[in-house]
Ligand binder design. Structure first.
Ligand SMILES: [Zn+2]
Length: 341
């Protein structure tokens, strides 16, 4: 049982909000340490974390937090022109979903308010991974075969916005490449590190335990997928495209675009399925979180029951609904184009 899920990833100082965010990563505003002892959110209820995920529970892990309304987001939302242009030639999305889930005997669902590219209602920096809330000491396992690229603290070696951010981390270099490119799984905020650099690892092997080291405010696993360069925090991709959906479910990945065909950032969309589960995501907030190189999405829903569902997107009073068929262990792709800018 975890009473509050307050994610790690950084809260930026309000003084940097007025700076513009450019597409050049060198101009990104410098993050400031999160406030470990005085978070801006207060917990008023407890969130029950399912120990055995089932399709019907997917995305219903919404922590009941009272959030102080913030009129000014921590990081400005990107303008559509700052985002990469969506690809239109969607190729072989089934080449994803390679890997296993990272938690053994615990919660393998991401925190719904802070999925990849989301900002927890503007309170946190765009999220470079997913957070899985679990009790301290829960076993963390390798999502694939590989070798340990790094096992240690980030006091000295920087992997994120700053040192002492991810705390105790393990970076697993995965044997499975993707189009000739190397993939890395980064596990952050760990308690115990049970592996050493260069150690060969098998899928499912226990490599560490959940903790709250670094900038974490409560025990959880922060999981990232990085491509090409394990040191570069601007080389992440959405982990939900890379680990397998649970049994009987599939994924939806897609593009929410404006009348000019540009990505719409920070835009909430819902998916309605027969089980009436509450599922929503927001499109990627800015250019820090990259679309997949083939799928070119700006949102992902994972662990969706393999049935017919409806995606809903509302912009400036215009609601677009599209029915889609979800297939088990597959990615369904959808494009919704609004007529508004
Ligand atoms: Zn996180």
């Amino acid at each position: 049982m975890i009473s509050a899920i307050l994610c790690s990833c950084t809260q930026l100082d309000s003084t940097i909000v007025t700076k513009s965010v450019s597409s050049n990563q060198k101009t990104l505003p410098p993050p400031i340490a999160p406030q470990r002892t005085t978070p801006t959110k207060t917990s008023t209820a407890t969130a029950t974390i399912p120990q055995e995920p089932t399709p019907s529970q997917t995305n219903t892990i919404t922590p009941s937090l009272t959030i102080t309304p913030s009129n000014t987001p921590i990081v400005p939302k990107a303008l559509p022109e700052q985002l990469p242009l969506p690809h239109t030639n969607i190729a072989s999305p089934e080449t994803h979903l390679f890997f296993n889930r990272p938690i053994l005997d615990g919660n393998n669902y991401p925190v719904s308010h802070y999925r990849y590219g989301m900002t927890w209602d503007g309170l946190l920096a765009p999220h470079l991974g997913v957070d899985m809330a679990n009790n301290q000491g829960t076993n963390v396992v390798a999502i694939g075969n590989g070798s340990i690229f790094y096992s240690g603290n980030d006091h000295i070696q920087k992997f994120g916005y700053r040192n002492d951010f991810y705390g105790n981390i393990i970076i697993l270099k995965l044997d499975q490449q993707w189009n000739g490119r190397t993939l890395y799984a980064l596990y952050a905020h760990l308690d115990n590190l049970l592996v050493e650099k260069d150690q060969q690892i098998l899928t499912g092997q226990i490599i560490g335990t959940v903790g709250k080291s670094g900038a974490a405010l409560a025990p959880h696993l922060h999981l990232e997928i990085r491509i090409d360069d394990p040191f570069d925090y601007m080389k992440t991709r959405n982990p939900e495209l890379w680990y397998s959906p649970i049994s009987g479910t599939g994924l939806v990945a897609g593009q929410i675009i404006d009348k000019n065909g540009m990505f719409i950032p920070g835009h909430k969309i819902n998916i309605l399925c027969a089980d009436k589960g509450i599922r929503w995501v927001e499109t990627y907030w800015n250019e820090w979180t990259k679309p997949d190189d083939l799928i070119s999405e700006n949102f992902v829903f994972s662990d969706i029951p393999a049935t017919q569902c409806t995606i809903e997107s509302t912009l400036e009073g215009q609601t677009i609904s599209k029915r889609i068929d979800i297939n088990s262990k597959e990615i369904t792709f959808i494009i919704i184009q609004h007529e508004s800018p």
